[in-house]
Design a protein around this ligand. Structure first.
Ligand code: FES
Ligand code: FES
Length: 144
């Protein structure tokens, strides 16, 4: 049998686990709305094989906030910078930004832009998004 597509995983996670934060955009690995972390690496989940994540840790946007509801510094910074407009791109962008800050706590603006290269924002909120990631990095460094 051919591998199941993670599009089914996406539907499965949204319906079975009611985890609806991961967005489905293009379905063609071109917009990044569906980004999740697989073992800490950002992966566009719309079109990857379901069995490719077997045994791996998958983190969706639902996994960013603390169990007590405390916002992740990225979420806090995006709110403070009013980085979103329609918000459709944001769960994917937050996931890519988390992967970046986990490996590089003090990225330059060009490093942030490069890390978000696979994420489209159709609303053109790019400048506020870059500022929000910089703010989150500063918060995280201050928190140690
Ligand atoms: S929905 Fe997966 S990249 Fe667009
Ligand atoms: S805020 Fe609308 S697509 Fe990014």
């Amino acid at each position: 049998m051919a591998s199941l597509q993670i599009r089914r995983y996406w539907i499965y996670s949204a319906t079975r686990w009611e985890m609806t934060g991961t967005r489905f955009g293009c379905g063609l690995e071109q917009c990044g709305a569906c980004m999740v972390l697989v073992d800490g690496q950002p992966v566009q989940s719309c079109n990857a094989a379901l069995d490719s994540v077997a045994g791996k840790q998958v983190t969706t946007i639902e996994g960013l906030a603390g169990s007590d509801g405390t916002l992740h510094p990225l979420q806090q910074a995006f709110l403070e910078e009013q980085a979103g407009q329609c918000g459709y791109c944001l769960s994917g962008i937050l996931i890519s930004a988390k992967a970046l800050l986990d490996r590089n706590p003090n990225p330059t603006r060009s490093e942030i832009a490069a890390a978000l290269d696979d994420n489209l924002c159709r609303c053109g909120s790019h400048v506020r998004i870059l500022k929000a990631v910089e703010r989150a990095a500063a918060i995280m460094r201050a928190e140690g």
